[in-house]
Design a protein around this ligand. Sequence first.
Ligand SMILES: N[C@@H](CCC(=O)N[C@@H](CS)C(=O)NCC(=O)O)C(=O)O
Length: 223
Amino acid sequence: MIVVHHLNNSRSQRILWLLEELELPYEVRRYQRDTATMLAPAELLAIHPLGKSPVITDGANTVAESGAIIEYLLECYGSGRLIPPPGSPERLRYRYWLHFAEGSMMPMLLLQLVFDRIQVAPVPFLVRPIARGIAGKVSARFIRPNLQRQMDFLERELGSREWFAGDEFSAADIQMSFPVEAARSRGGLDQDRPRLMRFLQRIHARPAYQRALAAGGPYAFAS
Ligand SMILES: N[C@@H](CCC(=O)N[C@@H](CS)C(=O)NCC(=O)O)C(=O)O
């Protein structure tokens, strides 16, 4: 039995969604973030040395890292579903987005979260203007322009096809959902990028997405 070690409000939601799209049986084991630090509880360290979520166990296999989990599940149980045919342009784009989500976009969104927090963090009075000044400049000169460029790129890409890899929905869309949802919640994504907004509406309407929400419990991006 596939066991999803699911941290509330996390990237793990994507794995539940993939399993629902594939209509595979699975069990959810729940872990709660510390409400002050938002970190995962120590019990997750017993599953994988980094103690992050998602992580799945499947018999003797333990698989961490969302992209690797998606590849593993499709390879073992996908029967060719949710992945474009090998050698096709769609397959190349599929691979690109599978990596882009965690390799390029999530780091920028995470940097933004950290630097935004520095700007409001309780810092000793004397160093406060320095800390806030540096954080503000990094955000304005590096993080926000990069995020804007990434979102413009995604918006253009969705202009030439229905989904990220091609005209068929694929697991690349599942992987891309988290950065797009995070961009909507705190990265400045709004109606000025109508294709990305429509992407969110379309994924939220999928029955498997909704079943995964019910399985995973309260989720920040649920609305
Ligand atoms: N690139 C990894 C990121 C894993 C990750 O950072 N997960 C977050 C949840 S979204 C986590 O476990 N945070 C809790 C912590 O760092 O203690 C993946 O996609 O699986």
